[in-house]
Design a protein around this ligand. Sequence first.
Ligand SMILES: [Zn+2]
Length: 248
Amino acid sequence: MYSDALIDHLRSADRVAVLTGAGISAESGIPTFRDPGGIWEKFEPQELANVEAFLENPELVQGWYRHRRQVVEDAEPNDGHRALVRLEQHVDLVTTITQNVDDLHNRAGSSEVVEFHGNITRNYCTDCEQDVDAARIDAAIEDGQPATCPECEGLVRPDVVWFGEMLPPDAMDRASEATTTCDVFLSVGTSTVVYPAARLPMLAKEAGAYVVEVNPDRTPISGNVDEYLAGPAGEVLPAILSSLDKAA
Ligand SMILES: [Zn+2]
């Protein structure tokens, strides 16, 4: 369980940065990589989540992302997402840096979300870069056609970072800023093995933040944080928020 020191740090904090990963989405029923049983089971994510696969077979890749988007749209934010929103009542600035593409932090109501790997609910034209509505993709797929831009006929892709692509520079800048200026840093539901996100907790610690990890299993950083809290985000974070509410 968490310490009184954590509650004191959160009570006096002006800025908190939170890094979230697949674990918090899994608690909303979003499969980490693929859901077994469906038509997509035979594909490895690495086979489809790259620009070469997209250019070779846009309908296939668009269809896979449409399926994943529907899984996300059917899911709901959980108590872990909601606890991070509640934290904003206690701390001036809470920045949530997420490796997840499922939009659940936004849907829960977090005000400051940095999407490290993009957002699967958004799509854009690969030629003119304008946003394209998901309904247009759905209609094209049902007609057996690749989805194209209404303005320029360019191919439409999801606004996510694919294997081999750079992270959005703006997201990198905002994540670095939040990490190096926060008083408390929470690493939640992430295995902390995928760089550069994996580097953020230790970057926060070097900059003087109180660093806390919340994860059911120990990770490479567990021995180096100020507190390691074993458990799911949906249980640990609401418990911390209850203590914080009582201490307020
Ligand atoms: Zn276009």
